[in-house]
Design a protein. Structure first.
Length: 286
């Protein structure tokens, strides 16, 4: 019997080798990442907002919109998918509804953060955080909502400075979070202190954002420091945008698709399994 995605991801996180999860934003990007050999995928809020709305990551994507994307991904690939649910879309009741929605969708787990959902109008990109007891309440609500106890609940803190973030990370681990993610890490010393405190207790997550200095050289370096999951949320969408922008510019300039770096019709039909669908339909023809 094939193990469920959540069970497989738990097993991978318990292994010595770090799990690398690229950011995906739809079923095609998830399929391409799976074909590349990744053992986990990450549906980030920013990638969903950029790809689906062409808008900034300011909580504009709704629960239903994100759940539909996750459903499409999980229908197409069985690679374990972690979903970024930001603050859980509202109160503890919303958090529980979100957990159930993504469990039904087939995801392996969700990532819940402690940022305040409604930001000050003058600083929409700020990261004020909830009081710790409120975040722990959301974490307990998420844990109680899942039907399958293998479904992973990752707890993220955006608290700063580091000492406050470390206090919260320890509290998340004490509360039974399946993974812990401290977003404010900027130096190797902070990362090493976090790993010393928690790496033996709970899998640690690191966010590898392009264009922002990172304390680790690469995923192997993260592994050596004691981290278990490396997220690369922007690689897929950033690559797709750059390729499309270049191709569209050449088409607009030349009026021809000749010489564009693109998948041909045969490749696309192979990816979407056109032949299998056509053959299957023929079984039911009159």
């Amino acid at each position: 019997m094939t193990m469920k995605p959540a069970t497989r991801l738990r097993a991978a996180l318990a292994h010595a080798d770090i799990v690398v999860a690229p950011g995906v934003f739809d079923a095609m990007s998830a399929l391409l990442a799976t074909r590349a050999g990744f053992g986990a995928l990450f549906l980030s809020g920013s990638a969903a907002s950029y790809a689906q709305l062409a808008r900034p990551d300011l909580g504009l994507v709704t629960l239903d919109e994100l759940a539909l994307i996750a459903t499409h991904i999980c229908e197409r690939v069985d690679t374990p998918l972690m979903v970024d649910i930001d603050q859980g879309f509202g109160s503890v009741a919303n958090v529980q509804r979100a957990v159930r929605a993504f469990e039904r969708a087939g995801a392996a787990g969700v990532q819940l953060e402690d940022q305040i959902a409604v930001k000050p109008a003058a600083s929409l990109q700020s990261r004020p955080v909830l009081p710790l007891p409120d975040m722990l309440g959301k974490l307990r609500a998420a844990q109680d909502a899942r039907h399958d106890k293998e479904f992973l609940i990752s707890a993220r803190t955006d608290a700063y400075p580091f000492d406050e973030a470390l206090t919260r990370a320890v509290a998340f681990a004490d509360a039974g979070a399946d993974l812990v993610f401290v977003e404010c890490l900027r130096t190797r010393d902070e990362a090493q202190r976090l790993a010393a405190a928690l790496a033996s207790r709970v899998p640690l997550v690191s966010n590898c954002l392009e264009g922002r200095p990172h304390f680790a050289r690469d995923a192997a370096d993260l592994q050596a420091m004691g981290f278990h999951l490396a997220l690369y949320p922007g690689v897929g969408l950033g690559s797709a945008v750059a390729a499309m922008e270049a191709s569209f510019a050449k088409l607009a300039a030349n009026g021809s698709s000749e010489g564009l770096v693109r998948a041909d019709a045969a490749t696309l039909n192979q990816l979407v399994e056109t032949e299998r669908f056509v053959k299957n339909a023929m079984k039911y023809s009159g």
